[in-house]
Every structure is written in C-alpha cells, then in structure tokens.
Write a protein that binds this ligand. Structure first.
Ligand code: ADP
Length: 498
C-alpha cells in the first residue's frame, strides 16, 4: 500500500488533537477533543490520565474517519505534547497512582524555594539550562513520591515516571516501551543537557530513584508499532517532541539563528542556538531544539505571559472589542497610538525583564485618548514584548537574524505582524501551514521512517504565505522604542517597593 500520510498526535493542555498530513506537508483532516481541568486547591492544576488517553485515541480515530483514508496508508505517527506535565504509574499494570500534575500547577513552589535557598540555583541552571521553577517536572515528581509515600516501590523499579509523550508511548505502542525524548527530558530539571543523560547529582538533590526513569531517545526514532486495537493495523510510532520544539522543527528553523514565535494566549519564542550549549545572559532558558542521530541541537526559549490574552482582556474586561479580530480595524482607524503605551504586566514580566511584582499599566494618555489608541497600544505591546525577547536572544547568540517565522491565532492580525516587523527590524514570515506543532511531529516521524532522506528535505512543504518587511524609518522606530523602554522602566520601578 502507498504510504502517503503522516499523522501527528498533539496532546495539549486543554485538548487532544490528531492531524493527518500528506507527506508533502498539506493538512488532510484533523480532529480535537477537549477534556476537563481539575483545580483541587488554589494554584493546583491536574488532568485525569484516563481522559488524556481516551480523548487522544478518539481524536485519532475521528481524524482518520474524516480524512476517509485507509490506516494502512499512514507511513508513521509522531507525538507532540504539553510539556512538563508529570505522571506516575505502576510498571506491572499500567495503573496510574495519581492524576497528572499539569505544568501550570504551583504546588511545588516551596520545594523550589528550598533548593534555591540552599544555593543549588546555579548548579541546576548550568546542568539543565533551566531557571529553577515549579513549572518543571522534577519537583512535581518529588512531590508525588512524598505525598503517596512510594519511594520504596520506586526504588524497586515497580513504578514508572513519565511526561505525556512517555505516557502516550507506553499506552499506545505495543510492548509498553518506557521512553521519553530529549526535548521532554530537558524540561524535567533532572536531565543534563551536556551529557544528554539523567544527572545523578540532580536526582539525589530531588531524591528521585533512577529506576523510575524512562530511557531517553532521539526525536526521530522508531519507538514501536501502534497497538492494533487503535486503528486495526500496526503503524510505526516514530517521533516524540515537546510542543514548542516540534513547532520550531515544523517551521524548519534548522540553522543557528533561525527563530519562531507562536502568538497564542502567551507567546513562545524559540531560537535555534546551534550545537553548543550556551547559557543566556538575559534570563532566557536554554533548552533542546531536538536531538537527531544522538546529536543535540540547542535552543534559547523565552515567553511573553500576556500575548493574545491582552486582546482577550480588551475584549472581556474593557469591552473595547467584541471579537479579537476587530482589534485590527480599530487599530488601523487611527494613524498611530498617539504616545499611548500599555505594559500588560498583569501577571508580572518574564524574560528579559523578570519582575514577579510588575503590574499592568497604561502610559501617555491625554484628554483625547480613546478606545482606538488603547486597543492599538494593546496590539503593539505584544510586538514590543516579542521584540525584547528577540533582541535578547540575538545578543546571546551574537548575531541578529534577519527573519522571524510566526504561527498561532494572533498571527491572523496583519497590523500586528507589520508592526512586529517594523519594531523588531526583521522580516516576518507567516507560513501557509500554521499547524506547525503538529507538522513538526509528523515531519520528525517521516524522517525516522525514511519518507524524507535527510533533514533539509523535510522542509520541502514549508512555504511562506505572507511576508512582512520593515517599512518604518529608523528614527521613528528609535522614538517608539524609547517610549516603550521608558514605560517598562517605570513599571519595574513601581514594582520594586512591593
Ligand atoms: P492558544 O493556543 O493559546 O489557545 P491560539 O493560537 O488559538 O491560542 O490564539 C488565540 C489567541 O490569539 C487569543 O488570545 C486571541 O485573543 C488572539 N487572537 C486571535 N485572533 C486575533 C486577531 N485577529 N488579532 C489579535 N489577536 C487575536
């Protein structure tokens, strides 16, 4: 049978999706199922592992049905996933011991504080590239072992730890392989990015028995065959990658300095940093881009907490727009934002400014300021924050890249994209396929099974749908940036005395 399709399982925070691509990279069909979020205590977030499995399997079946294809035509399946979310199950039965602890969950903040107070912050950063935080899996696993009192069982090898990629592979692939990939391992705070192995010193620090841990594999590697019960035939499951890494791959950012920014609720920017591990001077994370044939490629990562969420705020709280997309017409109804800046630090500011206590602030209003100026300032704030990340990354790697590739819901806004290009002084490339996360997982799987002979040939399906080039003169850019920088400085000053 002609193997014409590649499938991505995209297990996200609020839904499980499956996307079917042709081997040329076109979307044939997709399906998604949402599942319930559990908030058992303030700041805690959990998922039911059974829900994750059932929604993932159902969406895969639904996508195959919608596409009207024969599963025998699928060349390979790739998995991509919400990162850091932590699970523990019994090796002999597969029964989970507790709900999945979701990346957003803050329950282990005191564990992290203890590690940092004891002076381990730099050690963790130098080994893992991560700034210690409850976000990563290590302390979540530590919490599970403590709360369930199962360290003895873990030491005897009776239990398995895994992030979602690992959990899906265990449950969907014949023979229950216990594996994770290097990008997901890299988000645990237990994985040494230099040696590409679990790190004994870190394991000891968080009191994690090694017998719990999955084997770490490459991003394009045949894990095994999909269990026949799922689609009625065996199909190679041949790739795993955390969502942001899959998206960097799906954007074909294969060279050092190539970067992508995803404009969703928040913005996630990753820049390919080449084959040498380097720590950021700006508080960015160092993470895996991917590992192929045992060879690591690294990336710098930063996020904007309030990206598209700024527009949601303008819509839901301020009632300035009825729909997010209206923001474009309102913003372009005036020639400029008239000196108004919104710093949407509603939940503090991330890289490169880092302030937990910063709060949202509007600057530069006059008697004539109205809804249009504030909406425009809201859109521009997404671009200014992304520009700050991009500049920080450029300084870290020592070169300023000429382009930035984009995806995510808010990239539909042409005004935002043009302003991004103007203010960052880079060309913006918006690809035809915006499903870059799913595409990345599918392409990695295709690479593993030989659909593509080499890395460059996976990019054949990547096409620019629209390009935005800087059109603002240098003086104007400098003037606007000066205003933004003053606004950020004022916000940080205000936060200092908290
Ligand atoms: P997520 O995956 O985080 O849910 P999406 O990629 O679906 O996010 O993007 C949705 C976000 O993009 C929302 O925060 C929304 O406010 C914003 N958004 C969507 N369309 C537009 C638009 N045309 N202009 C500005 N923002 C938009």
């Amino acid at each position: 049978m002609n193997k014409r399709y590649l499938v991505a399982l995209d297990q996200g925070t609020t839904s499980s999706r499956a996307v079917i691509f042709t081997v040329e990279g076109h979307v044939v069909a997709s399906a998604a199922q949402e599942f319930k979020q559990y908030y058992p205590n303030p700041g805690w977030v959990e998922h039911n592992p059974g829900d994750i499995l059932s929604t993932q399997i159902e969406s895969l079946r639904a996508a195959v049905r919608t596409a009207g294809i024969d599963p025998n035509e699928i060349a390979a399946i790739g998995i991509t996933n919400q990162r850091e979310t932590t699970l523990l199950w019994e090796r002999s039965t597969g029964k989970w011991l507790y709900n999945a602890i979701v990346w957003q969950c803050r329950r282990t903040a005191p564990y992290v504080e203890k590690l940092v107070k004891a002076g381990y912050g730099d050690l963790i950063r130098e080994k893992t590239g991560l700034v210690p935080d409850a976000y990563f899996s290590g302390t979540k696993l530590q919490w599970l072992l403590d709360a369930l009192n199962v360290r003895d069982r873990a030491e005897k090898g009776e239990l398995c730890f895994g992030t979602i990629d690992c959990f899906l592979a265990w449950n969907l692939v014949k023979g229950h392989p216990h594996v994770t990939d290097a990008t997901n391992a890299g988000r645990t705070m237990l994985f040494n990015l230099h040696t590409q192995e679990w790190d004994d010193e870190l394991l000891k620090l968080m009191d994690i028995p090694r017998a719990l841990l999955p084997r770490v594999i490459d991003n394009a590697e045949i894990i095994g065959m999909l269990d026949d019960s799922i689609l009625g035939c065996p199909i190679p499951v041949a790739a795993m990658a955390g969502d942001q890494h899959a998206s960097l791959f799906g954007q074909a950012c294969f060279e050092k300095g190539m970067a992508k920014n995803t404009y969703g609720t928040g913005c996630f920017m990753l820049m390919n940093a080449g084959n040498e591990f380097r720590l950021s001077d700006h508080g960015l994370l160092t993470t895996m881009a991917w590992r192929l044939n045992g060879k690591p490629t690294y990336a710098l990562e930063g996020s904007v907490f309030m990206g598209g969420a700024t527009i949601q705020w303008l819509r839901d709280e301020m009632k300035f727009v009825k729909q997010a997309k209206e923001s474009e017409a309102i913003a372009t109804s005036i020639p400029d934002s008239d000196g108004v800046y919104l710093v949407p630090a509603f939940t503090g500011m991330g890289a490169p400014h880092w302030s937990m206590y910063a709060r949202g602030t509007l600057f530069g209003m006059t008697r004539g300021t109205g809804r249009a100026q504030i909406v425009r300032a809201g859109l521009e704030s997404i671009a200014y924050q992304s520009r700050d990340l991009f500049e920080a990354m450029a300084q870290d790697i020592g070169e300023k890249p000429a382009t930035l590739r984009v995806d995510g819901g808010a990239t539909a806004n042409d005004y935002l994209m043009q302003f991004q290009s103007d203010i960052a002084g880079v060309a913006i490339q918006r690809p035809a396929v915006l499903e870059t996360t799913a595409l990345g997982a599918a392409l990695l799987a295709g690479l593993a099974v030989g659909v593509y002979p080499d890395l460059p040939s996976t990019a054949a399906g990547w096409h620019v749908e629209k390009k935005f080039v800087p059109a603002m003169d240098a003086d104007r850019r400098a003037q606007l940036l000066h205003g933004w920088e003053r606004a950020v400085k004022a916000v940080l000053f205000w936060a200092k005395d908290e």
